[in-house]
Design a protein around this ligand. Structure first.
Ligand SMILES: [Zn+2]
Length: 163
């Protein structure tokens, strides 16, 4: 999912938590939790296009498990408005990705499932394909063609899911 829908969804979640808890801090916290996990793509891009190694899909900050951990912490330990906002914002991030990516499978956004496969990229399709850079290029206001050309020259070697 792209930056704009992630921002919109997490803003809505933050406003909801603000309404429920009366804490305006809920809004920036939810937006941060709904947007910032996507910085983990930079590491994947670095491996894929910097090192030209297409074998992996890390997405280290993407995992339903993190949402579960947050919920457990909120219910049994830290009953704080900011944590509720964090959970709500992150829920929009992970659910937004899970349900907007056609190639996402049930285990695509489980960090434990990816770790158990040693972060090997899925063989066909999915966000692990060698043209994953496209989602970055699409968020650019300009320079898309130049950026596409640059990435095309840096496509990883020997990637199983290259198309
Ligand atoms: Zn994401």
């Amino acid at each position: 999912m792209r930056l704009l829908p992630h921002t919109a969804l997490s803003s809505a979640a933050g406003i909801l938590v603000w309404g429920v808890t009366g804490e305006p801090i809920a809004v920036p916290v939810a937006v941060a939790a709904g947007v910032l996990p996507d910085v983990d793509h930079l590491f994947d891009y670095y491996v894929k296009y910097g090192r030209r190694d297409g074998r992996f899909q890390f997405l280290l900050f993407h995992g339903w498990e993190y949402l579960l951990i947050g919920l457990i912490a909120y219910l049994f330990w830290l009953h704080e408005p900011w944590l509720l906002a964090l959970i709500a914002g992150y829920a929009t991030q992970i659910a937004g990705d899970q349900f907007s990516h056609d190639n996402a499978r049930w285990n695509t956004y489980l960090v434990t499932a990816r770790a158990s496969k040693r972060f090997r990229a899925p063989r066909f399709g999915g966000p692990g394909n060698s043209r994953a850079y496209r989602s970055l290029v699409e968020t650019m206001p300009f320079g898309r063609e130049a950026l596409t050309r640059w990435f095309e020259k840096r496509l990883p070697h020997g990637n199983p899911g290259s198309r």
